[in-house]
Design a protein around this ligand. Sequence first.
Ligand code: C2E
Ligand code: CA
Ligand code: CA
Ligand code: CA
Length: 276
Amino acid sequence: AKAAGRNNMRFFDPAMQASIVARAALEQALREALESRQFKVFYQPQVDAGGRIHGAEALLRWEHGKHGMVAPASFIPLAEETGLILPIGLYVLESTCQQLVKWSGQPGMEHLTIAVNVSIRQFRQEDFARQVLAVLAETGANPARLKLELTESILALDLQDIKAKMTSLKSRGVRFSLDDFGTGYSSLAYLKQLPLDQLKIDQGFVSDILVDANDEAIAKMIIALAASMGLEVIAEGVETVMQEQKLLHLGCRNYQGYLYGKPLPVDQFEALIRRR
Ligand code: C2E
Ligand code: CA
Ligand code: CA
Ligand code: CA
């Protein structure tokens, strides 16, 4: 498994995912992975138009003894279904906050803002905001260095409830980004009521931005929308300089993608920052 290299993640056989026995086995394996600390948090750089790394997205990795590095797409859906995403999500948050505390004392690292993915199932919990505040308090992490990534799926929830949770976290300095923007069913009327800080252009629109006029039009629309709502905008999945130049031309000045770095384990992420 190791021979494939550390950036090559593996997927479980999709046919296996359909089988009840295999699903039960995967669920059991996820529980064991939590207990035996097989989950790792990787960090993917986010840069501004000057190329400066100002943040990162925390991305979950499962370092499986036999299967190597397992991609989240192979297990997040089942973790969501079974509710295991709750302890797993808490682990990612704790791990990231602990890392933020370590970085807070390191020159070149203390300015970083780290984005953590929050699944709708986590966000839906009544005490979600309290949980996040508890992790911040226990670790001593600065809330202003934490960004939470939500998806448009949360808009299925009660608007007052969403706003209350977001507002209580925002009052402490936590920021919010809307991930995969444009792929869901956002009602713009709803959207403007949310106390968001950032829209994240889905990589589906970025990958063909140079060749597909529709994707370019959508990216342009999202960038204009963000500007008119006073929100920051970031593009994900940027792989080429040409894509970056196109996005810059359209007014997007924050980027994330393989062009700047893949999701990396802590030591390699720190080394990347030191090299710059
Ligand atoms: P996402 O939140 O949309 O994360 C971005 C995904 O795009 C990541 O995949 C990242 O590795 C990949 N990516 C980044 N730059 C590029 C690029 O230039 N080209 C291409 N082709 N891909 C790029 P990853 O790490 O496999 O994660 C997949 C999804 O799993 C995430 O999509 C997110 O929905 C979910 N996920 C990952 N970590 C967590 C977590 O801690 N909690 C939750 N709830 N979900 C997570
Ligand atoms: Ca994300
Ligand atoms: Ca995304
Ligand atoms: Ca995505």
